[in-house]
Design a protein around this ligand. Structure first.
Ligand SMILES: [Fe+2]
Length: 213
């Protein structure tokens, strides 16, 4: 899903802020503890509201799902970013650090990511308005189709291949990925049924190959 730059990231928290690098001499334990406390405090303080309690390490599927479920219960953190501009796709980055990134996506039935994977990232999705449809490809058969309605969530690992579309007008979902999305795999299927994978940058908007907009 192309996370376009149309929407400005709103909650910047990139980088390893507050890290203290060692000097030429080894600090004594008391000094080291004091430094570590300052490091932790600085990193926690740099996180935006709603993300202060992230553990500072990669999150697994269960933790990602818990994160999107918790964010769903705090609409004050994301509802201002919900928009449906003239049928165009609309996304907002809610948070990105070295371990996790979180996005708000707005959907209509015209929005279709095409088949894709998330490279090395695990992910979780929570629908907070309307409904989206997930399809998983099946060799020699119809895709597995799942409609995910408001209040439902799911998670997946790096081995997951899917395609997401909006079901209802004005559908909204929250997505979390760990490690943060960097590259994705986008799949095309030619006339003979041969499937190919192309690596795309996470800032490229995913859509079925050949479709514009
Ligand atoms: Fe996806």
């Amino acid at each position: 899903m192309r996370f376009s730059s149309r929407v400005q990231p709103v909650l910047p928290s990139r980088g390893r802020r507050g890290r203290i690098t060692g000097g030429r001499t080894r600090p004594n334990p008391r000094e080291r503890n004091a430094r570590e406390e300052r490091t932790v405090s600085s990193e926690v303080l740099s996180r935006p509201a709603g993300f202060e309690r992230l553990p500072g390490r990669p999150l697994d599927e269960r933790e990602l799902r818990a994160l999107v479920d918790q964010l769903a219960e705090r609409p004050e953190l994301w509802r201002q970013h919900v928009a449906f501009p003239d049928g165009r796709r609309h996304y907002a980055s809610l948070h990105r650090d070295e371990h996790v990134d979180v996005w708000l996506l707005c959907w209509t039935p015209a929005n279709d990511t095409g088949w894709h994977d998330h490279d090395v990232s695990s992910g979780a999705v929570r629908v907070v308005a309307g409904a989206i449809e997930e399809n998983n490809p099946r060799i020699g058969g119809e895709p597995v189709r799942t409609v995910v309605t408001e209040g439902r969530s799911f998670s997946f690992g790096p081995d997951h291949i899917h395609r997401l579309t909006g079901v209802d007008d004005s559908s909204v979902s929250i997505h979390a990925y760990s490690p943060p999305l960097n590259r994705l795999g986008q799949y095309s299927i030619d006339e003979s049924g041969v499937m190919r994978r192309m690596t795309v940058d996470y800032t490229e908007e995913l859509r079925p190959p050949g479709e514009e907009s």
